[in-house]
Design a binder for this molecule. Structure first.
Ligand code: FEO
Length: 405
């Protein structure tokens, strides 16, 4: 029986030979309800080249796609642009099955691969601007992209066809048969690209800015951006470049994110009242109760937001545990230099310690609180709800002033 796995042509000499992970739901804490792909690309040149590999469990799919086009032992060169295991846990097996003449990675990639695996070959280091002549007028040029997002991260370009193999950057988590951006619903592309940037690249935005500068310095802009996850940007590569430009510059919109957890509904009432105040102040609101909001959705909503309001009940002298989880996560993602207004609110019984803890966490994230925490004993009365509305309105007004500067 013929294999269902086929190579898909990307450009004259480039073929997609990756794997589709329909079932991926969680990527080290990042919820991925639409699954993902692990992209690998074959360059059909005199020096047949494989760009990146896949997770161990997808090696059979990768090899089947390669075999649909050429005999795998014709592969001469394997490039590892990034050593994270979703792209390299299958590398040793791929090397054994293809027996390439050379395997290359960045200098930091050579070290990282050695720290992860016992590979059956020596991996050669390639550096910034180094070129490998693939024959027939096709050159592969390497560009270091250190800390975008690991120290080993690297891209390469196939100059003649203006294909940029970007590794994780410009990717998104989306399983499916649509291999190119133009085949995917633009709203889904935007949602998943935003989530991907917020959850992977936001903390390394300065390094991403450096990558964009390198792309701008290429002799000609890429015609195809081929990342390691999700669709290949072939129909409109400028779309993803423009989105990244906005994100590295800290683009904001007139929106507040209200995140809260509640024991018996009192903090929820305050959250709703604060949202009413934000709206009255002319601000868009995303209300995210932790009972149904994954931490990575909160990060995605926060990426372009101008304000973050956080509410919690007290439990045993602490904030509720789901909030601690989310604040730990967001604290690692939000760059401290990114301005953001904020507020804290919540309910307590006999003592309030949680609002002070939340305040400290937000201040450590350089969220500028517009007022002291609003802490309510047990159930908020009319006066307390009005105070929450007033707090929301104050956040909206101060965020508006900050945005107009
Ligand atoms: Fe897709 Fe950083 O791995």
């Amino acid at each position: 029986m013929n294999s269902p796995f086929r190579a898909i042509q990307v450009s004259d000499h480039v073929w997609w030979v990756g794997a589709i992970d329909w079932d991926l739901a969680d990527f080290h804490g990042y919820s991925t309800p639409r699954g993902s792909t692990y992209n690998a690309f074959l360059i059909d040149a005199e020096t047949v080249t494989l760009i990146d590999t896949v997770k161990t469990e997808y090696v059979d799919e990768l090899m089947a796609r390669i075999s649909s086009f050429i005999h795998p032992e014709r592969i001469d060169l394997v490039v590892s642009n990034h050593s994270e295991p979703d792209h390299t846990s299958g590398l040793a097996e791929v090397i054994r099955l293809t027996n390439p003449k050379r395997v290359v990675a960045s200098k930091a990639g050579v070290k990282a691969l050695a720290a992860h695996y016992s590979l059956p070959v020596e991996v050669e280091a390639v550096g910034e601007g180094q070129t490998i002549d693939l024959g027939g007028g096709l050159d592969l040029v390497f560009h270091e992209t250190r800390m975008a997002h690991w120290p080993d991260s690297m891209m390469c370009t196939l100059g003649a066809e203006r294909v940029l193999f970007s590794n994780d950057i410009f990717g998104l988590h989306l399983a499916g048969g649509e291999r190119f951006d133009g085949a995917v619903d633009p709203a889904v592309l935007l949602q998943e690209a935003t989530a991907y940037y917020a959850n992977i690249f936001w903390p390394v935005s300065p390094a991403v800015a450096g990558v964009l500068k390198k792309i701008d310095a290429l002799p000609r802009p890429p015609a195809v951006i081929a990342p390691d996850h999700g669709p290949v940007w072939r129909d409109s590569p400028g779309t993803i470049l423009d989105l990244y430009r906005g994100w590295v510059e800290g683009k904001t919109v007139n929106k507040a994110v209200v995140v809260y957890d509640t024991m018996w509904g009192s903090t929820a009432k305050l959250a709703h009242a604060a949202a009413e105040g934000l709206i009255a102040g002319g601000m868009g609101v995303k209300l995210l109760p932790l009972s149904k909001s994954p931490r990575s959705e909160i990060a995605a909503e926060l990426l372009e937001a101008s304000a973050l309001l956080v509410g919690t009940s007290n439990l045993n002298g602490r904030m509720l545990p789901r909030l601690a989880d989310v604040l730990t996560y967001l604290g690692g993602l939000k760059p401290k230099s990114r301005p953001m207004k904020g507020a804290v609110f919540g309910s307590h019984g006999w003592a309030d310690k949680a609002s002070r803890q939340v305040r400290e966490w937000l201040e450590a994230m350089q969220v500028e609180l517009v007022a002291d925490p609003l802490s309510v004993n047990y159930v908020p009365d009319r006066e307390a709800l009005n105070a929450a509305r007033k707090l929301g309105k104050q956040v909206a007004q101060e965020a508006s002033v900050a945005r107009s500067r």
